[in-house]
Write a protein that binds this ligand. Structure first.
Ligand SMILES: Nc1ncnc2c1ncn2[C@@H]1O[C@H](COP(=O)(O)OP(=O)(O)OP(=O)(O)O)[C@@H](O)[C@H]1O
Ligand SMILES: [Mg+2]
Length: 500
């Protein structure tokens, strides 16, 4: 569907999965929708699965939004602790629409945890505590990062949250990033698993692409692995004939916790900078105007030796040291302090997901996961901006299961389009859209939509189900739709046992 058609569905207040190929304008459309909601006073949680992807919409990571840190799963006690964090709880309670971009990298377990935290914080039984949730992404792009010694993470659509959200699927089919037909042919061949010799040979020719000089005369180097990124950054730093400034991380508290903080904060223990260095912020600081992922260049150092950064948007920020800490019951158990920057001439393919870049030099010879080549190659607008140093077989592969699911998504998107085009389907008027009001309006059309379950109703449902009543009998007796009965039974953990 077009962006306009998808925007209409988003405005209806339904939960939506917005998808489409790289460059189809998903994030662009999200920004439009966010603008639209903000203009109407709707409180929007703007997030993405990675910090750098969140910066494209001036948002934060979904794990900071939900206050879950690096956790993927949590005990009830840990969830209760999260829910008791007043700052996070206030944010979750105030939010009316939650946007999550780049969900291909969000694993099923994590979205289920976020759903649970959100529901408990909002003291509701509805999925995500009755927020409008907009998931956005492309499953042909990078999957969730696998952690060592853990089973492979499941993709987001295999989560319980996805099953329960009653998502409308919006599949964008237009292309806005790539005007270059030849590059599009290559990208589509990868998406459709139809890579042939023509594609391979054309990519080989990209080894020697000479970039036209750009205003910033900078091209971004992409690598699959962090050590290659670090090596390239050090090489570039050496080339600058400027004074070196060194910043050493301060580390305090319980050693094991401090070590975890050192690993997790992304700022290096020893940071060396020079005037002219390409850098990236690795922490959020909304007052100062930077977020995790903001890119810029060191333009000077102030009298105290603090680096001053000119961001890509032209803003100047002095990068004072920041702290990362682990706290329990108001007591700091461990803390690290460092200038919140890392070098950024080169970045990983993972961090590049979501970006549009003019010129890219990519080395895919060590690609280790499906989707990696597709993400890297789809960052540029045309083959003129693409230099490919090498690639292995994995680089041009995409996930087979995703291919099957993609067909289904396309069908569901057609259905959604049809549903919202049919005049008999009463749409909620645009001016009525504030998430809360939207539910009231929906109820005028469907009296039981989003209606809360009372304790009595729930007990009656459970006993009826245990007595062997069919879904339709239960629906009739309780004055609900069969779908609602099924979804409530699933939530109560009973549906898996019987599916009539
Ligand atoms: N309707 C539009 N009008 C003008 N430019 C657009 C429009 N839609 C998208 N673009 C531009 O096209 C480029 C790609 O868009 P965007 O980044 O939103 O795509 P995406 O689908 O989110 O891609 P990815 O999957 O890589 O994140 C951006 O430079 C964006 O500004
Ligand atoms: Mg995007």
């Amino acid at each position: 569907m077009t962006q306009e058609e998808a925007l209409k569905i988003l405005k209806s207040g339904h939960n939506v999965y917005l998808t489409g190929a790289a460059g189809s304008g998903k994030t662009y459309l999200l920004s439009k929708y966010i603008q639209y909601l903000k203009a109407r006073g709707v409180n929007v949680g703007v997030t993405a699965s990675t910090g750098i992807a969140a910066t494209h919409m001036e948002g934060i990571t979904i794990h900071s939004w939900a206050g879950i840190g690096i956790l993927n799963r949590a005990t009830d006690k840990e969830i209760l602790e999260m829910v008791s964090n007043k700052r996070v709880a206030r944010r979750i309670q105030k939010t009316q629409t939650l946007i999550i971009d780049e969900v291909s990298m969000l694993d099923a377990e994590r979205i289920d945890l976020i759903e649970k935290v959100t529901r408990l914080t909002r003291q509701s039984w509805e999925p995500f505590g009755r927020l409008q949730v907009v998931l956005c992404g492309d499953l042909f792009q990078l999957p969730p990062v696998a952690r060592a010694d853990e089973p492979l993470p499941k993709l987001v659509y295999k989560s319980a949250a996805w099953q329960n959200m009653n998502l409308k699927i919006c599949y964008l089919h237009e292309q806005y990033r790539q005007g270059d037909k030849e590059l599009l042919r290559i990208l589509n061949a990868i998406r459709e698993a139809k890579v042939d010799d023509t594609v391979v040979n054309r990519l080989r020719e990209c080894r020697n692409t000479a970039f036209a000089p750009s205003p910033s005369s900078r091209f971004v180097r992409l690598y699959s692995h962090n050590p290659d990124v670090d090596g390239e950054n050090q090489l570039e730093l050496k080339k600058l004939e400027e004074k070196e400034y060194e910043y050493i991380m301060e580390v305090n508290g319980i050693p094991a916790l401090a070590a975890a903080l050192k690993m997790g904060c992304l700022a290096p223990e020893k940071l060396v900078l020079k005037k002219g260095a390409a850098v990236m912020f690795v922490k959020n600081n909304f007052e100062k105007g930077y977020v995790n992922g903001s890119l810029g260049t060191v333009s000077s150092f102030n009298e105290a030796g603090i680096p001053v950064i000119t961001l890509l948007n032209g803003n100047e920020i002095s990068a004072e040291p920041a702290t990362w800490s682990v706290e329990e019951s108001g007591k700091t158990l461990a803390q690290v302090k460092q200038v919140p920057l890392r070098l950024a001439w080169a970045i990983t393919v993972h961090k590049s997901q979501g970006m549009t870049l003019d010129a890219v030099q990519v080395d895919l010879s060590k690609s280790f996961v499906r989707g990696m080549g597709y993400v890297a190659l789809s960052r540029v607008r045309s083959l003129e901006g693409l230099r490919v140093l090498g690639f292995n077989a994995m680089a041009l592969k995409v996930d087979e299961e995703t291919q099957e699911f993609d067909q289904e998504l396309k069908k569901l998107s057609e259905e959604a389009l049809h549903e919202f085009k049919t005049p008999s389907k009463p749409l909620i008027k645009e001016e009525d859209i504030t998430a809360g009001y939207c539910v009231e309006k929906t109820r005028e059309i469907q009296p039981y939509s989003h209606k809360k379950w009372t304790g009595d109703e729930e007990s009656s449902l459970i006993s009826g189900f245990r007595d062997g009543q069919s879904i339709n009998q239960l629906a009739e007796r309780l004055g609900r739709k069969a779908g609602e009965i099924r979804s409530r039974l699933r939530r109560l953990g009973l549906a898996e046992k019987r599916v009539d």
